[in-house]
Design a protein. Structure first.
Length: 253
């Protein structure tokens, strides 16, 4: 009996191992330029994994906690050629400011400085987007505008798809994420990347249909995909578009 109890306690101790990871940010000189290196020490990681953040350009490294920060930085120093190549391939950043062109709703729109007072801080006329006020405030005002437009688009689509599935989310949030375009939590909360406002309508419809279908099926089984296909006929085309163009949505800041 005592042996069984000790075995159970040993299993419980293993399950209680900390899952929290430590994150630090360093500056590392690579090719004569100081780059941000974000090191994440994860007790559950088995090997080094490195990627380039498409928005900040930082080098992101996840390493086993037992190896430590110094080993992670040494790993980056040993892969400077890879880092340089990946950064060279990354889409060039576009500042949200007058003079820039952005694919609002998937259609190129020119951002213009408003010469007169308009109906709002930012508004759209045809294929032009006007921003009023001081130039240093343009980026924030434009970002707020795009986030607001994204929220309205998502809420309208969720309402339509939710009615067809007979479901309702507990809430809808708009975030700035670089790793996933949408998500559905166990609490039935839907979250979407506001940057999808730069994608064509059928792409946004697919992402919303995907997450709305999770309100029925919290998995990716046959019934889940049947719901997605019933909601949108463009699922395969939209997934292909995101694979080929998704990184470009992260260029606008």
């Amino acid at each position: 009996m005592m042996k069984k109890m000790r075995a159970v306690l040993a299993i419980l101790k293993k399950k209680k191992k900390p899952r929290n990871f430590k994150v630090t940010r360093e500056l590392l000189a690579i090719d004569g330029e100081k780059l941000g290196v974000v090191v994440r020490l994860n007790p559950r990681a088995r090997r080094m994994v490195m990627r380039i953040d498409p928005v900040s350009g930082d080098v992101m490294v996840t390493a086993p906690a037992r190896l430590g920060r110094a080993a992670a930085l040494a790993f980056v120093r040993g892969e400077t050629l890879w880092v340089s190549n990946q950064r060279a391939k990354a889409p060039k950043q576009v500042a949200l400011a007058p003079g820039a062109t952005v694919p609002f709703l998937g259609i190129p729109h020119r951002i213009c400085a408003a010469k007169t007072k308009g109906p709002a801080p930012v508004w759209r006329e045809g294929e032009e987007i006007f921003v009023s006020g001081r130039i240093e405030h343009a980026g924030r005002r434009l970002t707020d505008f795009f986030k607001s437009e994204a929220r309205k688009s998502f809420e309208a689509s969720v309402m339509v798809f939710g009615d067809r599935l007979g479901v309702r989310p507990t809430r809808i949030t708009v975030r700035d994420t670089s790793s996933r375009w949408g998500s559905c939590s166990s609490a039935r909360s839907l979250s979407f990347s506001w940057r999808l406002i730069f994608a064509p309508d059928y792409v946004r419809d697919y992402v919303v249909a995907h997450e709305a279908a999770h309100l029925k099926e919290m998995n990716h089984g046959p019934r889940f995909w049947a719901h997605v296909d019933a909601l949108t006929p463009h699922a395969r085309r939209a997934r292909k578009w995101l694979r080929e163009n998704g990184r470009n949505l992260l260029r606008f800041n």
